[in-house]
Design a protein around this ligand. Structure first.
Ligand code: URA
Length: 209
């Protein structure tokens, strides 16, 4: 079963509180999500492989470490996932970015794909799939399924806030995928919003209602 990693770093938790606050306006919300995404990228990349290289410091020759060059792919689920991309790219600027767009069919309530554009070497990359809110888990699960169908072999799921229902869905549907979140909240309400949550992440990021 996939592990759930709750990133309880004090800076992440502090900023998340202001992200949740309904009095935080669009500009500040966007900035805070960007900052938290960068801090989460720092934690999620903790297991990246290193290799040794010889370099010359001004003083002497030294054996040092650099990233072993495994390629990374980021996949925001449209549209709210976009809000976390720039923050992550600040730390992993060489990552390629694919996009998946999903909407919920009003009749079947299933997630339906409307956009999909990936880098062409998906088999060779470690992917981070990004959606700020892991609510029912339906769209995240569908996105992971689409990625696997395209040949992706390695994925992590990154969300700001999860809930038990969404975590359970991903663990059941994708036991090979670890979940990285800043918090796992109490529950979903009858409208499938996370409680206490932060409201609609897309609307708060882009100033829509
Ligand atoms: N999507 C959101 O933006 N917020 C929620 O609480 C649940 C899903």
């Amino acid at each position: 079963m996939g592990q759930v990693h709750v990133m309880d770093h004090p800076l992440i938790q502090h900023k998340l509180t202001y992200i949740r606050d309904k009095n935080t306006g669009t500009k500040e919300f966007r900035e805070l999500v960007d900052e938290v995404a960068a801090l989460m990228a720092y934690e999620i990349t903790r297991d990246l492989q290193l290799e040794e290289v010889m370099i010359q410091t001004p003083v002497t020759e030294a054996k040092c470490k650099v990233l072993a060059g495994k390629k990374i792919g980021l996949v925001p689920i449209l549209r709210a996932g976009l809000g976390m991309i720039d923050g992550i790219l600040k730390l992993i600027p060489a990552a390629k970015v694919g996009h998946i767009g999903l909407y919920r069919d009003p009749v079947t309530l299933q997630a339906v794909e409307y956009f999909n554009k990936m880098p062409n070497d998906v088999e060779e990359r470690d992917f981070i799939v990004i959606d700020p809110m892991l609510a029912t888990g339906a769209s995240a699960s569908e996105a992971l399924k689409i990625m696997k169908r395209m040949g992706v072999r390695s994925m992590k799921m990154m969300c700001l806030i999860g809930c038990p229902e969404g975590v359970k869905r991903i663990q059941e549907d994708h036991p090979d995928v670890d979940i990285y979140v800043a918090a796992v909240d109490e529950r979903l309400n009858e409208k499938s919003y996370i409680v206490p949550g932060l409201g609609d992440a897309g609307d708060r990021l882009f100033g829509t209602k």
